[in-house]
Design a protein around this ligand. Structure first.
Ligand code: ZN
Length: 95
């Protein structure tokens, strides 16, 4: 039995797909713009159903901004390690 894995480095990540849990509409966002998914722009809402993606309880609680900050910090040359994501492909075990 074999198991295939899909692996990619954090440095290869250029775009994230934001999927509305309400209506399943997807929006692709360049990670350079991910922090812009805040109350200061209209991207805090789903473009289709207008559902808010999150509620901020206090400044700095924007989860998209936190993700963007973490990605940028880990992609920095100051970090002497690479981060790799592993996604198992369970369909390969059916053989
Ligand atoms: Zn929606």
């Amino acid at each position: 039995m074999s198991r295939k894995l899909l692996a990619f480095l954090l440095t290869e990540l250029k775009t994230v797909r934001v999927i509305c849990k309400e209506c399943k509409t997807t929006t692709e966002v360049d990670i350079e713009r991910l922090a812009d998914v805040t109350d200061s722009t209209d991207t805090v809402h789903c473009h289709s159903c207008k559902k808010r993606f999150y509620q901020i309880s206090k400044p700095g609680d924007n989860p998209f901004g936190k993700l963007a900050d973490a990605i940028h910090a880990l992609q920095s040359d100051a970090i002497k390690a690479d981060v790799e994501f592993i996604i198992p492909d369970d369909s390969a075990t059916a053989n």
